[in-house]
Write a new protein. Structure first.
Lengths: 70, 370
């Protein structure tokens, strides 16, 4: 299980994967908005999306697990 | 009959000079940049219109007692507005990244080397010491500080200096990357920094007070900017005066921005702007920026020789204080080199330190020169 945490405080602009989808390393999983810029969060490794814990508009911090891969 | 002729010739069009029209063209360029290109519209639009309206003959706008004169005289000459802008900036600035990683303060300070580099360059080009200091401060990429310093040292250059400062700030995404890239290897740019520690609320409240004590004791002349900057920050971090925080960063900031922009624009008459000196100001401005970027990156690499928790040298480039633009540019460069590399928050440390650094540099110039 690989948990992808938010790299910074921000707001979720879009969730770019669905539960069950296969992702490769460096695929975009979530797009955040922070400091008036879009920050793309990339998958750290290959895997299948096990959980998506956030929705569009959620405010996330560095402790928030955005997506978990298995 | 004579009276009729007099009335006829008091129509503005007969007094319009080619210089006036030349300044309109500059105003139109600023309109275009602000409206079509989205370049710093909040500032370039009022500045542009200030230039435009001030370059009509016989309006009396900039004569003693005229509307723009009042804006300029009471807002800028008295040095009232730049500190009020700093109040608003303080109420928007999160010093967390700087507190979590205090050594980034040095990177913000290193960027001020650009200020002094351009200062020396401008001296060599034959500018007076007051003018050279005002040009140098452009390298700090901080609009209100540039205006504050030029009101103190070289009011005749304020228009050109502020337009140069704000235009270069908008050019941060173009100026920083080639310099930062040339000074770093792909491996250095790809380096992921360790996650920042969480900063407590107490630390964030103590920071503006402690910083005020240190800076205002060391460089008293930077007090107008630093005091308001830290007051705004204390408003925000204390969490008990939300109304004051919001007023500082929204309404008050917007009101003074309008007056500041128009007043700065109105100082730009053909006689003061359309000179060879203006070209020198814009030329040295780029040099100042380039020096600031390079010295930040180089100091970061130098620091890495000694410290255990290495920093990605790119964040040194964020020492130029254009907040948060410089940090954004650095973040994008980091992600390009390695998608797993999120430099945004790390770059905010030197970025906000740069703002403090530039205000201190301005205070130091005033102390040394006046």
């Amino acid at each position: 299980m690989v948990q992808i945490c938010s790299p910074m405080v921000g707001k979720v602009l879009s969730v770019d994967v669905k539960v069950g989808a296969e992702v490769k390393k460096n695929d975009v999983v979530v797009t955040l908005e922070a400091m008036k810029m879009q920050i793309k969060v990339y998958a750290p490794s290959d895997g299948e999306v096990a959980e998506v814990n956030i929705g569009i508009g959620d405010v996330v911090s560095t402790e928030t697990v955005l997506v978990a891969l298995k | 009959m004579e009276q009729l002729l007099e009335i006829f010739f008091s129509i503005g069009i007969f007094s319009l000079t080619p210089g006036n029209v030349g300044m309109w063209v500059i105003a139109f360029v600023l309109f275009y940049l602000a409206i079509k290109k989205g370049v710093e519209p909040l500032l370039l639009l009022p500045i542009g219109f200030g230039i435009f309206a001030a370059n009509f003959p016989l309006t009396g706008l900039t004569d003693e007692g005229g509307l723009f004169y009042i804006f300029y005289h009471y807002g800028i000459e008295t040095e009232l507005i730049p500190p009020l802008i700093f109040l608003g900036l303080g109420a928007m600035t999160d010093f967390g990244p700087l507190i979590a990683n205090p050594k980034t303060l040095l990177l913000g300070a290193a960027a001020q080397v650009g200020v002094y580099g351009a200062f020396l360059g401008a001296l060599l080009m034959g500018f007076t010491i007051n003018e050279a200091a005002t040009i140098g401060i452009i390298g700090g990429a901080d609009g209100p500080t540039s205006i504050f310093l030029s009101a103190n040292l070289a009011p005749h250059m304020m228009g050109a200096v502020s337009v140069a400062a704000y235009s270069y700030m908008a050019l941060v995404p173009i100026i920083i990357p080639p310099i930062a890239k040339a000074l770093t290897s792909a491996k250095e740019r790809a380096m992921v920094m360790t996650q920042m520690r969480v900063v407590s609320k107490t630390e964030k409240i103590v920071f503006p007070v402690a910083t005020s004590i240190i800076i205002m004791l060391l460089v008293p002349k930077s007090a107008p900017l630093i005091a308001m900057f830290m007051l705004g920050n204390l408003f925000m971090e204390s969490g008990v005066v939300e109304r004051l925080t919001n007023t500082s960063r929204n309404e008050l900031m917007n009101i003074v921005t309008i007056i500041l922009g128009v007043a700065v624009g109105s100082t730009m008459s053909a006689a003061t702007f359309l000179t060879v000196k203006t070209i020198g100001i814009f030329g040295m401005g780029v040099v100042a920026f380039a020096f600031a970027t390079a010295s930040g990156v180089l100091l970061a690499k130098f620091m890495n020789l000694f410290i255990k928790n290495k920093v990605n040298p790119l964040i040194g480039a964020a020492g130029v204080s254009a907040v948060p633009m410089a940090a954004r540019v650095v973040h994008n460069m980091g992600t390009q080199a390695n998608p797993q590399n999120y430099l945004m928050m790390h770059a905010m440390g030197p970025n906000v330190a740069g703002v403090i650094g530039t205000a201190v540099a301005a205070g130091a110039f005033i102390t040394a020169i006046l």
